[in-house]
Design a binder for this molecule. Structure first.
Ligand code: IYT
Ligand code: CU
Ligand code: CU
Length: 316
């Protein structure tokens, strides 16, 4: 392929600086269909650990619907860019989400002294960028697109490590026509204290509201609540909090089966559904555990106590 004119920086800011910028941008692509999902990747420095401390999005507002960044041990392919929509093939193995940009959503900033750890022995050797091109009318002139993100990085060890706690349902069943269907997820937290500071919700068309709570001594405290029909970015928590050993982390997705004539299950296509709550947190680097998952169905007994606000759809 011809070289594109898209920025491909990988430069120290000044000579001998520990700080550098890394561009993850589309290599000059022209999507031919609306709702195309394209992925591309860049390697991170391999010899020594580095830290992502800031994200600067570059996206054409008229065409880009959303962008996601993942950390990978290996990307799904080594082409310049590839179609990563229907197959969801971003990474070859585990994909670790780190950032989301969505049109009309406020940008997410990492707090001071917080960084995502990559390279070295972290298992993250590449950053994969996924761009969802929504409406492609602006591509009628066949121009080439360089949307992406500039990562502000440093080799300087950060005292606080960023991470993601993902709650997801694997067994939700949404019967056709059913007005209200809940997918409940809950896990006992048994690691060192984390400090959530942002959250992202994800469902497909049928999701009405997704809420996350910390349950401590029977008391439910809101982590975040959002309509998944709003731009699916990471939103900052209204009230910062911590989650410590012995707390329970919970999420409820409220779906509606109205308008469907067949049962809807969890799956990868837009006809299927998903129930995801991503909690972005920081924690002391000494106890760093940057990724964790919760896939347990919450007990009906526990969810009798959920605050009623979790059942109120958010108008969009
Ligand atoms: C079945 C399901 O809910 N899939 C979600 C959550 C998920 C994310 C990652 C599952 C795995 C992952 O490695 I990262 I296994 C899902 O695919 N969510 C989409 C993106 O692919 C991240 C989303 O937009 O949240
Ligand atoms: Cu999108
Ligand atoms: Cu999905």
């Amino acid at each position: 392929t011809l070289p594109s004119n898209c920025p491909q920086n990988r430069q120290p800011e000044k000579p001998n600086s520990l700080n550098f910028k890394l561009d993850v941008r589309m290599p000059g692509v022209t999507p031919l269909m609306s709702d195309s999902y394209f992925c591309t990747f860049v390697p991170v420095p391999s010899g020594q650990k580095s830290y992502i401390v800031d994200f600067k999005p570059h996206a054409s507002m008229e065409t880009v619907h959303h962008m996601l960044l993942f950390g990978c041990s290996k990307p799904a392919t080594n082409e310049d860019y590839w179609d990563c929509g229907s197959s969801y093939a971003t990474c070859l193995y585990e994909a670790k989400i780190m950032y989301a940009w969505a049109r009309n959503a406020p940008p997410t900033q990492l707090p001071t002294d917080v960084g995502f750890r990559v390279g070295g022995n972290t298992g993250i050797n590449y950053i994969v960028l996924q761009v969802h091109y929504g409406d492609i009318t602006a591509f009628r002139d066949n121009h080439k697109d360089c949307s992406g993100v500039t990562l502000q990085m440093t080799f300087r060890q950060q005292p606080l490590i960023a991470g993601i706690y993902l709650l997801m349902s694997h067994d939700a069943v949404i019967p056709p026509g059913e007005k209200v269907v809940n997918a409940d997820i809950a896990c006992l937290y048994k690691q060192a204290t984390i400090h959530p500071f942002a959250f992202r919700t994800h469902t497909h068309q049928l999701g009405q509201v997704v809420s996350g709570y910390r349950v401590r001594d029977g008391k439910w405290t809101l982590i975040g609540r959002q309509s998944p029909q709003m731009p699916q970015a990471f939103y900052h928590l209204e009230h910062p909090m911590d989650i410590k050993y012995g707390d329970t982390i919970t999420a409820r997705c409220v779906f509606t089966g109205k308008g469907r004539t067949t049962v809807t299950l969890i799956g990868g296509t837009s006809k299927d559904e998903m129930c995801n709550l991503y909690i972005m947190y920081y924690m002391d680097a000494k106890h760093a555990k940057p990724y964790a998952y919760c896939m347990q169905t919450g007990s009906p007994e526990l969810f009798k106590q959920i605050p009623p606000e979790a059942n109120i759809p958010i108008p969009v």
